[in-house]
Design a protein around this ligand. Structure first.
Ligand code: NAP
Length: 269
């Protein structure tokens, strides 16, 4: 049975990277998709690139940090086909700044998108899925949702916070047959480091070496959709770096020693 056939999948962060790579994979599997992000021109490009069929793809641009608009976006998404089966909370923003240099304003900017935007969108779609006694809420967290490294204090905290929220939500929605799935990517070759915020609020504007050598986004997407369909509730996808999750759990002192050693190196870059 094809898990995705004729389903309605709502994808945030669809204008680049992982989100964009999920578009053709979902279409191939027979899903109808709602694509969201801020950059409408990029969403239109993707819409046209993948057939321009308004019956299969609905372009719904919005800013995850504009929390007041999210109930209306949920209403519009549901109105398209009458329901949403899978919400993939993928939109997010990273950080390249030391903790002591990251202002409260930048911290709030990252949390407004990664945590509050994701949670608020979810909160408004939950009653719809509960009423239908069906649905999947997927969250793209990170390996850094399970451990942390220098220059990512706020980003990593926002991803850790998602685990706390969605683990509770998973338990709450169990009786209603609504599934909650947390995905922890390792290094995936996208523009995440280019778009990451520096301490002064400007973009990092650099493709980090780790990102450049990371897993291709289309490979990640195929693996993710396979694991999602298999019923897993939390999983990591990436290269050897995903072992850091297990290292943090079983030998946290070693992880601590390694991250302490790399900090002076990063400071002198
Ligand atoms: N690539 C990796 O190595 C990696 C590793 C772990 C986790 N992740 C996570 O994967 C997700 C996707 O990132 P990516 O790697 O594909 O990076 P990306 O290419 O920078 O994509 C980020 C997406 O998020 C959207 N976005 C950013 N701010 C937004 C806002 N305020 N409102 C609405 N949408 C917003 C962007 O669209 P607009 O700019 O058009 O709004 C874009 O579509 C993120 O949650 C990221 O934390 C990535």
């Amino acid at each position: 049975m094809n898990f995705y056939k004729n389903s309605v999948v709502w994808l945030t962060g669809a204008s680049s990277g992982i989100g964009e790579a999920l578009v053709p994979e979902l279409l191939k599997k027979g899903a109808n998709i709602i694509i969201s992000a801020r950059r409408e021109a990029e969403l239109d490009r993707i819409f046209n690139e993948y057939g321009g069929d308004r019956d299969r793809i609905f372009v719904l641009p919005f800013d995850l940090a504009d929390h007041a608009s999210l109930p209306r976006m949920v209403h519009e998404a549901i109105s398209w086909k009458g329901h949403v089966d899978i919400l993939i909370n993928n939109g997010g923003i990273s950080q390249r700044a030391f903790a002591h240099e990251t202002s409260l304003e930048i911290e709030k900017q990252i949390f407004d998108v990664n945590y509050f935007g994701t949670v608020e969108l979810t909160r408004h779609i939950v009653p719809h899925m509960m009423a239908r006694k069906s649905g999947h809420i997927v969250v793209i967290s990170s390996v850094l949702g399970k451990m942390s490294v220098p220059l990512r204090s706020t980003y990593s905290s926002s991803k850790h916070a998602l685990h706390g929220y969605y683990d509770a939500l998973r338990a709450e929605l169990h009786q209603a047959n609504v599934k909650v799935v947390l995905v922890c990517p390792g290094y995936i070759k996208t523009e995440v480091s280019i778009n990451a915020l520096r301490a002064d609020g400007r973009k990092h504007a650099t493709l980090d070496k780790t990102q450049a050598k990371g897993m291709e986004a289309d490979v990640f997407s195929r693996k993710m959709l396979r694991k999602l369909a298999s019923g897993r509730q939390e999983f990591a996808i990436g290269g050897i770096e995903i072992l850091a999750i297990y290292a943090k759990r079983f030998i946290p002192w070693a992880v601590s020693r390694i991250t302490q050693r790399i900090t002076p190196v990063i400071r002198n870059l």
